[in-house]
Design a protein around this ligand. Structure first.
Ligand code: SAH
Length: 217
């Protein structure tokens, strides 16, 4: 719909470009993916606002700037295999699918994984596979990953993610630090991780185990 296209163009200009995101491929992907279809129908009119929105089960779709920033920090060239922990709505995965070769995304709330899978299939994101599982285990059968992006807040760097990261690859994750959340970009060098960037963010917490509840909470 035309109003959504106008709102999406403004989102890219005002929330991304004017706030310092310059990566053309990221801007283009976010200009093309219909974010309003990844939020609950009752919230579509706010889909392009500069805020996170509830998607049910106590979870949220991240605000556009956070999605743009995290995607840009991955510095994707197009040939990468990426692991995302925290599929949520599937929006971040849809953006990544346009910028990388393969995306494996893991979600612990089965109902969210199901609806994201349906949406991503409808958008013909054929290079994305959605898994309902505890993302803390990663996806060992597809490792190593050129990049790993965690879209829920951890308290420490999960060792399994380091194990599944290719040498030279980036691990992007928010960590709880006292009362603040900080986004870290870590690059693997052999058995070491080098932290190269950090910014304040606000994510839902990373939880453990699979959640089978079907009712939205
Ligand atoms: N990237 C999402 C937003 C993520 S919200 C989007 O584009 O919409 C964070 C998501 O992480 C929630 O859906 C939550 O259920 C999920 N999550 C939290 N802990 C997890 C874990 N251990 N494994 C997999 N998913 C997890």
């Amino acid at each position: 719909m035309r109003e959504y296209n106008v709102a999406r163009r403004r989102m890219v200009d005002e929330q991304l470009r004017e706030r310092g995101i310059t990566n053309q491929a990221v801007l283009q992907a976010m200009a093309e993916v219909p974010r309003h279809l990844f939020v609950p129908p009752g919230l579509r009119h706010r889909a392009y606002a500069a805020c996170a929105l509830p998607i049910g089960f106590g979870q949220t779709i991240s605000k556009p700037f956070t999605v743009g920033l995290m995607t840009a920090l991955l510095e994707l060239q197009g040939g990468e295999r990426i692991l995302e922990i925290g599929t949520g709505s599937g929006y971040q995965a849809a953006i990544l699918s346009r910028l990388a070769a393969e995306v494996v995304t893991v979600e612990r709330v089965i109902a969210l994984a199901d609806s994201a899978r349906e949406l991503l299939t409808a958008f013909e994101c054929t290079n994305v596979s959605v898994r309902a599982a505890d993302g803390l285990d990663g996806a060992p059968d597809r490792a190593p990953f050129d990049a790993i992006i965690v879209t829920a807040c951890a308290t420490e760097v999960p060792q399994e993610m380091v194990n599944q990261l290719a040498d030279g690859g980036y691990l992007l994750l928010p960590l709880q630090r006292q009362n603040d959340q900080v986004l870290y970009r870590c690059q693997r060098h052999g058995e070491q991780l080098r932290v190269s960037a950090s910014l304040p963010v606000g994510f839902v917490p990373l939880q453990t185990g699979l959640q089978e509840a079907r009712a939205s909470a």
